[in-house]
Every structure is written in C-alpha cells, then in structure tokens.
Design a protein around this ligand. Structure first.
Ligand code: UDX
Ligand code: UDX
Length: 449
C-alpha cells in the first residue's frame, strides 16, 4: 500500500521505516526542512536501535516537506505530529489540527484513503479531525465517500521504538468505519501475523508471539492510550512511595519490588524506584488526563497523587544532599545522566535535568555528563548554567558530591575506587539505585533514593 506519515519524530519515523521494511511504499513528511534533509541523506535524526541500519538499506521510503507532492497517491495517511503539554496541562493539539488543515486543503480523493491519528490526543479529537477534513474536502467539491478515519495509538518506548513497532504486544484500532478497519488490517498484516523476516538490526524476541488486536470505537482507543501510560506512571509512583517507607523502616526495596513482581497479577516491570518518571509521554499524558477529567468535574485522586509522588522524588533527593552537605551554595556536584531514561539521547522532560536545574538555582556548581544525550543537552540547555563534560571521569574529578540521575550501564563499569580518590568530598547519591550492592557502599558515603 502507499503510505504517508505526517511528522517524522519518534512515532512517525519508526512507523514509516517499519511499514516500508514490511513491503509498503512510504513517504515521510515533516515541516522541519533540516530533519527532511538529514533523512534524505539516510541519517536518523534520533538515536534508536536499528534505525540507521534500516534507513541505509531502505529503497521504498522517501522524505519530503511537501505534503501536496505525495498525498494524492496515498492509501493511508498517518498523523504523527507531537502533542506537547500546553501551559495549563491540557494537550496542545495545534500541530494535529494544522496537519488536518493541510490534508483538508490538499486531498482530493479519487480512491479510498484512511486517515489515521497516531498522535496521543484527548478524547473527541479524532472525531473533530474527521469533521474538519470532510468539511474542507467537501467544500472543494471532493468525494468525501472515499474518506475513512481511524485512531491507532502507539505504545512504543524510546530507545527500542523499532522493536516495539515490529513486535508489539497489542494493537488498538479505533474506528466505526469498516473500510478503515479493513485497510488498516491489510496494512499491518505482516506485523499482526508476524510474517516478515526479522531485520538483522532489530532482533525479534526469543518467543515471537502474535500481537493481541483490539477493535474499538475511536473514543475508547483514545482512552486506552492515556489509561495505559498513566497506569505505568502510577505503578512507578507507587514503587517510589513504598521505597520511601522501606528506607524509614529498614527494608530492602530491591527485594520488595522483586517479591511484588513475582506475583503475575503485579508483574515485575515498572517497579524500579528512583528519581521518578519523565520523558515525552508520562508527564504530559498524566497532566492531559487530569485536565480532561477536570472538564467533566471528575476528580482523579489516584492520578493526582501519582503526579505529586513523582514530583516529591526530586525534593527527597535535594533533602538528602542537604542532610549530607548542609549547604549547596558553592558545592561542586556532578550529575551523571541527563536523558530521561537510559539508552536514549532524549534529554527533554528529564527528571535528571530538573534536578541539575534546582542545584544551579541553589547555588551549586553543576558538572554534567551523559553517554548519549550530551550533544542534545549542550544544545537545548546551553543557558542553564551547567558545565558539560565529555566523560564521566572528567565530570566527577574534584567534586564534593556525585548524583547518579539516570541509570546508564556505562556508569556501572566506571573505576569507582579511582573516582573516590580523585574527589574532594565523599558523597555518592545513587538516585536510580544503580550501584547498590556492588561494593561502592564501602568506598563512599553512599545513599540511594
Ligand atoms: C508522538 C506523538 O505523536 C505524541 O502525541 C505522542 O504522545 C508521543 O509521540 P513524537 O513522535 O515524540 O510524538 O514527537 P516529536 O518527536 O516531537 O516529532 C513530531 C514531528 O512532527 C517533528 O519532526 C515535527 O517537525 C513534525 N511536525 C510538527 C510536522 O511535520 N508538522 C507539524 O505541523 C508539526
Ligand atoms: C512510554 C511508554 O512505555 C510507551 O508505551 C508509550 O507509548 C510512550 O511512553 P517512554 O516514555 O519511551 O515510553 O519510556 P518508558 O520506558 O516507559 O519510561 C518512562 C519513564 O519512567 C522514564 O523516565 C523511566 O526512567 C521511568 N521508569 C520506568 C522508572 O522510573 N521506573 C521503572 O520501573 C520504569
């Protein structure tokens, strides 16, 4: 089939590359000319396992910033632009609406076309977009009977986004339009039936199972996405709340979460305690869900508490530093890890950056390092008052305290005895509990979170 994806960010590019790999002809469209130029030269704008390799061998995919040049041929058009948080917490759907505007202005359908919203949008936005596009196409005399609409939320995790696209656990298609449903089943058949040859660069799981497929109405599909992301966020917040109590009563939180996870009903994932959740999804989706609920005068105390606990983790970290250092002004503090989680170069909405910011505001001299996200951080946070270092060893030399803010494996293999010798102080605050039990407790004044 012929596919167009509008937006080549995390969701758009991975969807485009995977669909092209399994046999479709795909055009990735983006308003960002620099990104399009990079993609045309077969370089990935983001760091994702397998993306460079698949882009390099892919001859069915092309890129443009001119939607008009490709939309006429498309069978399926994905809207995969960002939906960041507006100042009041509401999801900002302006990019989605402008993509819909463009489709409405450029598409004169001569065959069936299904327009699919992959962006995470508040309930009702899919229906609104369908009305907007139908209205615009109809007003120009276009045949609206060829237009079909569906919601197809994305559950991919940054860092392993292609893996999650090729081997998803589940697939949600929200539409009341039978044609849209059939077209999407045909489009995704190689993935739904797992009939494609796994790409070398994106290995299949040991046990390759068929994804579960759920067909719902549009509003329910929109809700599945919010409900899932926020559930994972509150699972982590619960682990963090329990971890705080464990610390007070002297229980070992790694054992407690391991024990909890052994119960199949609870499951081990998303029980890692630490500095809390960040990234492009959990913070904005929890805020957007609360905002939606407010519109219906429906309090959501569990979600509200999860957000509060997440924010409290940063305060707990600062209080621990104060307990040990007493004053922060003038202290040299190394923050190791800036990305919102390991194995990604994405440093946006990162709790680690929030902590580094608070430390700068409190007068500390903040030295930062990240294995993959340093270039992005240098660019985005140039004005934040951090000192950037290319290696962790340089960042920690001569400091009064070290904070491990993101649990990169790279930090496990550092020579911690040597680091301790080259430090001015002795505090190692392991905010991700990465090194607990590895012997660093004997070298440092060590505490976890
Ligand atoms: C996606 C979603 O679509 C978001 O709703 C979801 O919650 C998380 O995943 P993501 O792919 O992470 O967002 O967004 P981002 O990496 O910011 O990329 C969006 C892309 O869309 C950018 O490349 C941007 O240039 C492009 N864009 C934006 C357009 O092409 N047209 C626009 O009008 C606006
Ligand atoms: C998430 C969802 O997992 C994905 O399904 C969704 O569609 C997009 O949002 P992502 O934001 O890439 O993916 O990251 P994820 O791996 O889910 O981690 C989110 C945050 O939770 C990170 O800041 C991570 O450090 C934190 N986390 C995760 C914990 O603090 N503890 C855990 O046990 C797991």
């Amino acid at each position: 089939m012929r596919v167009v994806t509008i937006g080549t960010g995390y969701v758009g590019i991975n969807t485009a590359v995977a669909l092209s790999y399994v046999g479709h002809s795909v055009v990735g469209v983006d308003v960002d000319e620099a990104k399009v130029a990079l993609l045309k030269s077969r370089r990935a704008p983001i760091s994702e396992t397998g993306l460079d390799e698949l882009l390099a061998i892919d001859d069915r995919i092309s890129f443009t910033s001119d939607l008009g040049s490709c939309i006429g041929d498309a069978d399926v058009v994905f809207i995969a632009v960002g939906t960041p948080s507006a100042a009041n917490g509401e999801a900002d759907i302006s990019y989605v609406l402008s993509a819909a505007d463009e489709i409405g202005a450029l598409l004169t359908p001569t065959h069936d076309v299904t327009i699919v919203v992959k962006s995470t949008v508040p309930v009702g936005v899919n229906a609104m977009i369908a009305r907007q596009i139908r209205g615009a196409v109809g007003a120009r005399g276009g045949d609206v009977s060829h237009l079909h609409f569906a919601s197809n939320p994305e559950f991919l995790r940054e860092g392993c986004a292609l893996h999650d696209t090729f081997y998803p656990d589940r697939f949600v298609i929200g539409t009341e339009d039978e044609k849209a449903y059939t077209m999407l089943c045909e489009l995704f058949e190689p993935i739904l039936m797992q009939t494609f040859e796994p790409p070398q660069a994106v290995e299949s799981p040991e046990q390759r199972t068929l994804p579960q497929c759920l067909h719902t109405d549009q509003v329910s599909a929109e809700m599945v996405k919010y409900a899932s992301n926020v559930f994972l966020a509150l699972k982590i917040s619960y682990a963090n709340e329990i971890a705080g109590l464990c610390e007070k009563i002297g229980a070992n939180m790694s054992d407690v979460s391991r024990g909890m996870g052994m119960d199949k009903r609870i499951a081990p994932a998303f029980l890692r305690s630490g500095l809390g959740w960040g990234g492009s999804c959990f913070p904005k989706d929890s805020k957007a869900l609360l905002h939606m609920a407010q519109d219906y005068s429906y309090p959501m105390p569990i979600v509200t508490a999860a957000v509060e606990v997440n924010s409290r983790q940063k305060d707990r970290l600062i209080l621990k530093l104060l307990d040990h250092l007493h004053v922060l002004v003038g202290q040299r503090i190394a923050v190791l890890g800036l990305s919102f989680k390991p194995r990604t170069d994405d440093v946006r909405n990162s709790p680690s950056v929030d902590v580094a910011d608070i430390l700068v505001q409190r007068g500390a001299r903040v030295r930062v390092h990240d294995p993959k996200g340093l270039e992005n951080a240098r660019h985005i946070y140039a004005e934040n008052g951090f000192e950037f270092f290319d290696t962790a060893e340089e960042a920690v030399r001569g400091v009064d305290a070290i904070v491990i803010a993101t649990e990169w494996d790279d930090y496990k293999s550092l020579d911690w005895a040597e680091i301790r010798r080259n430090m001015a102080g002795s505090l190692l605050l392991d905010a991700r509990n990465l090194l607990r039990g590895t012997g660093v407790e004997q070298l440092f004044d060590y505490c976890g979170l």
